[in-house]
Design a protein around this ligand. Sequence first.
Ligand code: CTP
Length: 395
Amino acid sequence: MEQKNEKRKTIVIGITGSIAAFKAEELVKELSADYDIEVILTQSGKKLIEVEKFQKLCPVRDCLFQPGMTYRDYLEREKIGHISLADKAGLILVAPATANLIGKIANGIADDLLTTTIMASKAKILIAPAMNNNMYTNPIMRENTGKLKKLGYFFIGPATGRLACNRHAVGRLSDTGDIAKKARVLLEEPLKNKSVLITAGSTIEPIDPVRHITNKSSGKMGYALAETAKAMGADVTLVIGPASIAKPGVKVIEVNTAQEMYDACMQNFAGKNLVICSAAVSDYKVLDESREKIKKENNATLKLELTKNPDILKEIGRRKTSSQKLVGFALETENLMENAVKKLKNKNCDMIIANSQEAINSENNKVFIITKNAVEELEEMPKSLLAAEILDRFR
Ligand code: CTP
């Protein structure tokens, strides 16, 4: 990506003490073609890489105060190192990021050059975690990443694969090409000045005060779309049913029923450039919701009469203007393509993402992208990358 007549943007790359630290060299090489790179090493990161290799590629710092440096040097020569780096950065990328580094940022600890720079910066922060699977799935780690996501920090990965401890599990640093791609998107903001409405998760339809019917959905695809659209510079509104995943740092409208999701969408879709309906909406609701808990004593069988819910995607398709783009999802157990093509037409969509039930709850998805003129088969990929693939078509 060539940037003509433009001042090159700066990426500060933080390298921490994960075994994957050596891979940061590929990242520095790839990104320095288009951006000015400044590396900050943590004390553990420094032990895991060959510092000289990095010094040949870009400026490398590892502490607030170099040995022998006076307070005046730091102020005048270094221009207060952590502040000048923080101001200069268009993006701070921490790759790989350890549990320790993530825990520190999430809890406001700024005790070295990397954490003080992050604390002092208004730049976007992209974190690529890499660690042992038990560390990554530790509830403390989940809480910390959830908190940071809500605050608008961006994450990529970790991927599932072979770990340094020889297990096949989640915790591996994402592919460096994918990390570089995401870094570029964050800096270039291809959806700047666009507004996007996304539905995600499933809806729940009450039977009585303690029971409901619902669809299977983790909300991960919609979450990835919201997070990626924001990363691409869009103004994002996410309408989401009850989901147990961390909410991204965008405008979130939480709903329960299909009717509530419908109402929220109708109130918010005017003026949006792009609407993506990824929610697994209950097609039916219980006609007579019981006010009291239904008791089983006198009911050997139980009949529930269901009535149709409004179709959000179809209604938006009916109301949208020619400048608004609409994307729907089709999840089918049979005749995937045939049903998906039918949905494209019946619901007046610009694009249908056709996937199968394996997508539910999985970190990855394998889809067909269907438009009026083409059917494109994509390879299986993490939902965050798929989100970028989909959104990229609406630049
Ligand atoms: N959808 C919606 N509102 C509904 C039902 C579905 O917005 N009440 C959207 C989903 O978010 C998805 C698309 O419609 O983008 C496909 O939904 P799906 O349930 O698979 O298809 P339906 O059109 O409802 O048809 P069927 O259930 O018969 O396959």
